[in-house]
Design a protein around this ligand. Sequence first.
Ligand code: ADP
Ligand code: MG
Length: 666
Amino acid sequence: MMDLELSRLPGLGPSRLQALEKAGVRTLRDLVMRLPVAYRDLTAPTPLAEVRPGLECAVLARVVGDATEQRAPRLLITRARIADASGDTVAVWYNQPWLKKQLHSGRELLLYGRFSIRRGEMQLVCPSIERERGIVPVYKAVAGVPPRAMRQAVRAALEVGRGQWPDELPEGLKRRYGLCERNFALYNAHFPLNAESLSAARRRIAFEELLLYQVALSLLRSDARVGVRLEFPDSEIENFWKLLAFPPTGAQRRALYEMANDMRANAPMARLLQGDVGSGKTAVAFGAMYLTWKSGFQAALMAPTEVLAQQHYQDALSLLAPLGARVGLLTGSLTKKQHALAHEALATGEWDIVIGTHALITEGVSYQNLGLVVTDEQHRFGVRQRTKLGQKGESPNVLVMSATPIPRTLSLILYGDLDLSILDEMPPGRTPVKTRVVPESRRQDMYGFVMQKVREGRQAYVICPLVDKSEAVEARDAQELYAELVGLLPKARVSLVHGRMKAAEKDALLEAFRAGESDVLVSTTVVEVGVNVPNASVMVVENAERFGLAQLHQLRGRVGRGQYESWCFLVAEPNERLRLLAQTSDGFKIAEKDMELRGPGELFGERQSGIPAIGLSMLAGDTQLLKITHDEARALMKRPQDAETRQVVALARRAFLGRLEDVALN
Ligand code: ADP
Ligand code: MG
């Protein structure tokens, strides 16, 4: 029933079906399980007199006079004046030629969008014209399926499957936690009757997924395995620290010591190293690789991008190669022949240490005696990937590193299978990045400042507004911003990187920026991860209010990596969240606050995989539920013979074990 094909639904023609299929949506179940990423409350439009910049809301207003069109290269701007009883404003759309016809004078429209000040004028930017009232779901965009068609299809799918979503959570459990019924939850998660039913629906869905995930993790943990066991004296740890150009921080020392002890024990290490951007995780990882090599085993380090792999490779060459370690690089861009040679070098043990990308875990790579696997920026990899590498040898030690500070409660849940080391101390001599919130009215001053820094020989990043539309829209926005900056900063060499480019092209541009061949890098958030350009001292983030605090903190970490005083400008109207960021540089404090304000689902963005993403996104602000499900999972596992436990275990196996099987880290 639930696996019925989508072609039976009204409004889905062949091209839309194909588009959905491309997005992984094939059955009714797929469609219904694709829960909204946000909701629009259209129940109470805001009077125009009460709007302010940065506010995203619904307004009910009439078109005043005729809409106008203005053409620029590759850009059509449609503008209409709109008014309600309380006031008026201007609404603006880009590249929507069909709109003007609909915007005839006197027509009343329910619009939903964000207000912003552009060139000194308040505007409602690219609002959608809404036909429904109520709380409306917003889905992650699928190219080729307009939002309205998506809503229609989901509604139809829910109708077809009415009452058919079996509820298998034990009754007792539901009663104890006051959870609503599953059919009710699914319907209301998409089309809430009201705010209360939405929150009951979210709670139910979040509870189920988080509980099952944690039960699944604890099932894995119980299969303890024997792993690679290293032997080395403590003096080797000291020897390593002496190799570096700087004394380690106390936190680095502690972390490496924890790892050393893990690796000397019988069970394989499974450890998460968390530390803010710039806290020096690489050195600790290299320490673990050094100890592994010294004990006669191979070590592999996997980075999420080619650029990062290159960077680590250079570091490994200069640090470890002089000691006699044979260091290799294995990435996707190698030629076929180089690949073959690399594979052989790993299989025969000719390489002691290998740095690479996904290529490290593709089929056909085998190791002679893999003792340690490190994955950098772990949040970029799915659980599957992080563990696939772990299976390449006889249960090697595993170290995963993440620069996303995660609140303790959350990491307990997500990485219940991992021990945790935290680098909570920055290397000395860092001056925190000076962070300022820049309202639209100060934009010109900010560009003046950027130009001054460029003249002093520094480099700057400009990050484009985050849009949750499509990559195409994102790329277009980036191009507009790029064109604007080229005009505004005629003396600077400006370059552009966006998500629609081929990986090789992106990498080449990033590399050129790193080499100082461009002064200003305009980019979508693709550079968020670990690029290290010490000469870059300015970070500008457009529409900063759209980003999560943790994400902004990450972006900010791209600067302040060298000896220069560094600045981060958040272009947005000031608010409490952004001010917090300007005041503190403590990533954990920021992550806690972000979780409180936006819910844990937002901490990771979309790229995170292998986590109970639906559960987290449905959690909204209800972080209490993290602890509640954690405790309940434990309680259930303490009485394994209980009927309730057995029922939940069966559900957890079905829901997660397929996905987590390879996670058996210890
Ligand atoms: P991240 O934790 O973001 O991966 P890195 O490992 O890239 O941070 O380190 C950031 C910079 O700090 C590097 O240039 C590194 O050489 C330097 N560094 C690391 N540890 C120390 C230390 N104890 N003292 C001084 N500089 C350090
Ligand atoms: Mg790093």
